[in-house]
Write a protein that binds this ligand. Structure first.
Ligand SMILES: [Zn+2]
Length: 254
């Protein structure tokens, strides 16, 4: 089921603060990592916090950027060096309205070993049938691994393609989707899947979800699933739950 709900900028920014707090509370981000939204009224701009730990973020920390990473009104605030991850994905994917970049710890082994990250349980099917790994060294040589330019961001966006998730070798991942509730959901269950896949691998041969099972799960996943999870995570993060589904289509796009 697809529902599009128009969201005011005020609602969107409050939702972005909530998304930061939830990702911190659920262990997806620590002092580092970030989440953004496309401007609900100006598709060529996006919002993300100033450089600050997600659990500390308040409304006044949120900054507006052009897709090339230029701040609209910096007001002396220091932006994230890696904001180009967000701008490059929005530039490449008109249907994407929210992006998470994180260093979710259980994902890292799958970015450095050649062992593919694949869904092992139904709640984690959102990653799809193939999770690519982007290696900054392939095009940019020895760097500090941070995505500090639009050319690096665009190279990462190319590796992501039309998928919801790409891993970044020795670094973390990028998660793109139609709404904050979608990318937060996907980020939390990515970490869980990576942890479970690692546990299962230590016991023996793993039976993964089939491509047909993944497709069936995503076809039948409704906005109710995202709302039920969002209300729960809002409670845990100490944030008010806004019962209006916001931020564009809530059903999984892949
Ligand atoms: Zn990073």
């Amino acid at each position: 089921m697809e529902r599009t709900v128009t969201m005011s900028l005020t609602d969107a920014l409050n939702e972005l603060v909530t998304a930061n707090r939830i990702l911190a509370r659920e262990g997806v981000v620590d002092a580092f990592g970030h989440v953004s939204i496309r401007h609900p009224e100006a598709a060529q701009r996006y919002w993300v916090s100033r450089a600050r730990a997600p659990d500390c973020i308040e409304l006044d920390d949120l900054m507006e950027f052009a897709l090339d990473g230029t701040p609209i009104d910096p007001a002396g605030r220091n932006p994230y060096a890696e904001r180009h991850i967000h701008g490059a994905v929005y530039e490449d994917r008109p249907e994407v309205h929210a992006v998470v970049h994180n260093h979710s710890p259980s994902l890292i082994p799958y970015s450095i070993t050649g062992v593919p990250l694949r869904p092992v349980m139904h709640m984690c099917a959102s990653m799809g049938t193939h999770v690519p790994v982007w290696d900054s060294r392939s095009a940019f040589g020895d760097t500090n691994l941070l995505v500090t330019s639009m050319s690096m961001g665009r190279d990462l966006a190319r590796a992501l393609g039309t998928r919801p998730v790409a891993l970044m070798r020795g670094h973390g991942c990028v998660v793109a989707g139609p709404s904050l509730r979608n990318v937060v959901f996907n980020s939390i269950y990515l970490e869980l899947n990576a942890h479970l896949q690692m546990q299962a691998s230590s016991l023996g041969e793993v039976t993964f979800l089939s491509d047909g099972e993944i497709a069936a799960i995503l076809q039948t996943r409704s906005s109710f699933t995202y709302e039920r999870a969002w209300e729960y995570w809002c409670r845990r993060a100490g944030r008010a739950y806004d019962h209006r589904p916001m931020g564009g289509p809530l059903s999984q796009a892949t």
